[in-house]
Design a protein around this ligand. Sequence first.
Ligand SMILES: C=C(O[C@@H]1C=C(C(=O)O)C=C[C@H]1O)C(=O)O
Length: 438
Amino acid sequence: MSTHPSSGRHAEELHADQAAGPLVARTVAVDVDSLPADLLDLLPADGGLAWLRRGDGMVAWGELLRVPTAGPERFAAAEGAWRRLVAHAVVRDEVGVPGSGPVAFGSFAFAAGSPAGGVLVVPRVVVGRRGHVAWVTTLALGGVAAPPVVVVQDPPAAPGDVDYADGSLDPTAWQDAVATAVGRIRAGELEKVVLARDVVARTAEPLDARWVLHRLSDDYPTCWTFAVDGLLGATPELLLRSEKGLVTSRVLAGTIRRTGDDEADMARAAILAHSSKDLEEHEYAVESLTHALDPFCSSTNVPETPFVLHLPNVLHLATDVTGVLRGVDGDHPTSLAIAAALHPTAAVAGTPTTAACALIGEVEGMDRARYAGPVGWMGADGDGEWGIALRSAELDPEDAHRLRLFAGCGIVAASDPRAELAESEAKLEPMRHALAAD
Ligand SMILES: C=C(O[C@@H]1C=C(C(=O)O)C=C[C@H]1O)C(=O)O
């Protein structure tokens, strides 16, 4: 994995590289049967990029360009750089599906003030699959790249024993923070806040990100498994997909742990679907999303009641919101511009947003970095997919044995700190299991 850049230098590099010539992208169709069932098998050991769900999606490697950003304008700066780059690009794409042609992968800090900022990475090679269609894209500057080597790599080595240590707040201090938040909500200062905690993992062997990615995508096929610049995870929550004028967003809020017993879980699903605490929490999240999406859309569709999303570790209340983008002939904002407007939703910040973010800054006691920020990819036409970076961990660029795991919970007036701690443990489970040896 590449290390995190210090801001200004690499942005200049982008311009210098552009001066070396335009972006040249060539996508060729490949026989879907010639690819391994798991595209992650193609990722080289020194890391790469991934965006996968149910076996479809993309893996990519080689860093052609990197656009580091920071501050309140982090999304706009990245988006502007990408638009300038593709405006002069020379593209030959014989496949023509979302994800073919030039793509950039990105990941952005939750908070505008976070030193983590954000980054767009343009890879040298992308291998993608969408149903029965598969492709390889090569990207270069100023000329056509040599055909890439696309081969199944040696499997990743296990991380060995993993030790866990408290992150910024220990469990008692975090429950105190939750209790403080409940007090503020009951006092009428705000309606909902999402509080997160971090846990630090130390692996005996240097971590091969592919080990974690394989586990996550095998265990959580309905989630979006991602890897962007040292941020790994499998998120069940899609901030948005923008495809040919249609936007889709999967909003989650309201959670119950699974028991491991199917019958008991069905009963729990029914409890969740009727829990006024969870329904209230969910409604805040759906409302904030639709409110932010509305200005971009000529029409939206918001189901009246949520469905229960079953994951191996938890059950969530979920709503899929769809909308038709305004704009003629595809002339509408890019997926990243829309993601910027939607972030942060009440699912990861709270309601109202400003008060919730202020309370997070006051009591959470940590920098979320890129956890709970948008993560995903975008193509030359601006279409793309951006998830919310949940159920995730950030690798330490300075120490291949160290990573920070994150999980958060929506807090409302009826929340109980002990139950929220248990919920956060359930949300840490995917990453803990992904790190475990066989
Ligand atoms: C904040 C997280 O999850 C969010 C909070 C949820 C909740 O409180 O019920 C459910 C899904 C996510 O929107 C996380 O996984 O870290």
